[in-house]
Design a protein around this ligand. Structure first.
Ligand SMILES: *Cc1c(COP(=O)(O)O)cnc(C)c1O
Length: 335
């Protein structure tokens, strides 16, 4: 069976796995149709944004084996997010059961390389109570959607352009590190404005002239020797791709620096010969950044093209996804 993978995120497997919760207790895992859910118009999620999600992928290898990448790490991040949202915290086992059940069911929907099966665990509060603005939803559900996706860079590694934003934050300080819907709607206005005014792809949020990340990806500076990236704080999302790239970079002999990265040093860095910058995330893996727009001026990053270090690190991670390289850290789960 083949499905169109043209528009990212619009094609879904016909069923999904689901566990409901009530007063902190989760139900057994069921498999249900994925085209609709019953929800009261008064549901907590629709009024008070009690929602969070994860995003991970299963990749088919050249050997035909389907491997889920870093499922346990994503489970742990969803646990942290659920905690911050005052949801009941799903056990790692429940998360794993939900993900593996549905991936096994739809193994045949996984596209051949370079496509993959995108996995979207989603948690929402369903209590029909508009008086519950200041209390957690007593009821809710955790479900896992699957979406076959093509290569993010189907037409080649196109370098991205970023607008440097120093005044508007992406989200609030206490929500920077959670994958919750409210964050993305908060970043939407500034992002649309940046796209319209400067024809950039994304915003690089640098409140107080300290670099954090874009709307949905982490930021790295690279050259032949070094990989530099902001040290983890509550202000931004702790990307699993970021973490994986840093492990691989160390193994390949790069000096990895996780520390405060100022906007000033970033602007200085990108002007140098051999400088590279990149965004990391599950969707695009590692994407080259070709230019930054700062105070109305467009600064080219190094050559402006995808640099050799971005290409090398990206390929090294893709090789683990696809089972071409040794999985030294137990990152992949064959299903
Ligand atoms: C999902 C996401 C990332 C990337 O995380 P990965 O685990 O690498 O996919 C980075 N920033 C934000 C805001 C995100 O939502």
């Amino acid at each position: 069976m083949s499905m169109s993978t043209t528009a990212f995120g619009t094609v879904f497997a016909p069923t999904m796995s689901l566990a409901t919760f009530e007063d902190g207790e989760f139900s057994a895992v069921q498999v249900v149709p994925s085209d609709e859910i019953g929800l009261s118009p008064a549901a907590h999620v629709l009024h008070y944004a009690s929602t969070c999600f994860e995003g991970l992928k299963a990749h088919k290898g050249d050997d035909g084996t389907l491997r889920i990448f870093r499922m346990h790490r994503h489970a742990q991040r969803m646990q942290r997010t659920a905690e911050r949202l005052h949801f009941p915290v799903p056990t790692e086992d429940l998360f794993v059961e939900l993900v593996t059940t549905i991936v096994k069911e739809h193994r045949d929907l996984a596209p051949d390389p370079p496509g993959s099966l995108y996995i979207r665990p989603t948690m929402i509060g369903t209590e029909p109570n508009i008086g519950a603005a200041a209390s957690p939803s007593r009821t809710g559900m955790l479900y896992v959607l699957l979406s076959p996706v093509g290569d993010y860079f189907a037409g080649g590694l196109r370098p991205l352009s970023l607008l440097v934003e120093t005044e508007t934050p992406r989200t609030t300080p206490q929500f920077g590190m959670v994958k919750s819907g409210a964050n993305y709607i908060m970043a939407l206005g500034p992002t649309l404005e940046a796209k319209a005014s400067y024809a950039v792809d994304q915003i690089l949020f640098c409140l107080d002239h300290v670099v954090t990340e874009t709307g949905a990806a982490n930021f790295l500076l690279l050259d032949d020797e070094r990989v530099i990236t902001p040290v983890l704080t509550d202000a931004f999302l702790h990307g699993v791709t970021r973490e994986s790239i840093l492990v691989i970079a160390r193994e390949l002999g790069y000096a990895v620096e996780e520390r405060t990265v100022t906007l000033d040093e970033t602007l200085e860095w990108v002007g140098r010969d051999g400088a590279e910058a990149a965004l990391s995330g599950t969707a695009a893996v590692l994407a080259p950044v070709g230019s930054l727009v700062h105070e109305g001026r467009r600064l080219t990053v190094g050559s402006g093209e995808a640099g050799p270090n971005v290409v090398r690190l990206r390929q090294a991670l893709v090789d683990v996804h696809r089972g071409r390289a040794d999985d030294r850290h137990g990152w992949t789960t064959p299903v």
